[in-house]
Design a protein around this ligand. Sequence first.
Ligand code: SF4
Length: 481
Amino acid sequence: MKKIMLIYPPGDIYQRGEDRCQLNINKSAVNSARACNDLGYASSILKNRGYSTFLKDYQSEKLNINNLYTDIKNFLPDVIFLSTTNATMFDDIKIINNIKKIYPDIVFILKGAVFYNCPQDIFNIADLNNIDYMIGGEEEFIIGDLLDAHFNNKKEIPNIQGIVYKDNNKFIITPNTNFEDNLDSLPFPDRYAMNNKLYTIPDTGEPLATISTSRGCPSSCIYCLSPVISGKKVRFRSAQNIIEEMEECYFKHNIRNFFFKADTFTINKQWTVELCKKISESHLNGKIRWVANSRVDTVDEEMLNCMKKAGCFLVAFGLESGTDKTLKNIKKNTTVEKNYNTIRMAKKAGLQTVGFYIIGFPWETKEDIEKTKKAIFKNNTDFIEVHIATPFVGTELYNMLNKENKIHNEIYGKNHFNCINTFDTDLTPSYVEKYRRKIVFQYYIRPNYIIPKLIQIIKTPKILLNYIKYGIRLIKNTLLG
Ligand code: SF4
């Protein structure tokens, strides 16, 4: 039986499983590490095909490279599958190169959005010689066929979509021509192999399962990878299939908190309401709680009330900017006023809210990002996260800046907290990075924020302690970062 090791390598904690959002968790204001569902899916799929798997998230376990070597020595894998990000790619490749010196026969597969329709310049800037395959497409629909072809019929490899493979030491990129529609056909992520306790909801610190509910986004936000790597057509799982996975989490793994991972959970009202109604009618009614993400132009009162009734307690909105100019330029198709009104509507439905914002687009001025700061305080969501505009390869923003010859290879190795100089305005990268930290610090460390929150949580010491923990991380990142 062939042995496959599935890993997040040691190092800083990054959101590796969510290809559009490759965030450094330790630097973030409110995010916690999400479950390694990409590894979990791969494990279930490979076990079903007769492989033996070993799964470990070294970064979240806070294990080091020696722990990884010990596990390799004990498990002796034929293949190591490693999930990478734009920011960690170079460190991850170094780890692979070092393992390869000791174990030259191990086959390496590197998976990450950075390899989607793989840009040629990656081959010049990254040492990929020890990598046998790279996966940029949806790995759940690739990994089984790829390993079957590798071990049993190498002639099939060129027919597998969304990969990079080697032929006579030359890298060959296969196209991504279509997305798999039948999401219900996937097994559930292998939560028997995942350490579910590592992934927690920030307030109570209880385990949080990520449930992938749909894929794809019809919108065209110029900074976002989702429509590129998941397609513009939205593909939904059935409510029944989602509830079965939640029931497995609840009854077999004792997990009652869920993050519904979708590019926009609320994109289709009929589907969202049906799922919420089915949750309310299921054995899970009243026992679970969940969070989801949304766009301000996709929700109404009926939907928000229905979500609340089904256990939703928090919705994250991509509010992005405090100027209509930027909202228009980034093709968000919303307005500052619409953002404000939707947040009021969500609060009225009894939901907590998260506002995600982005500053540092190439056309923005100091005055623009000051306006975004004002909108952030006016919207007054329960939590905020402020990112810096990052032109990931494949996005419209990247193509635009590349055409103008404003970026070269600077984007590799970066994440949403790094600023690249693409400005024609009075902004500079260091100003934007400092201003981001200032907004986040001033937002959370103000009496108007702290006192109402304390009143809400004072009687729940567990939540209070977790807030203090996040508060310390925030101060460290914003004042010292
Ligand atoms: S709405 Fe915009 S930001 Fe959200 S997933 Fe779609 S394209 Fe990305």
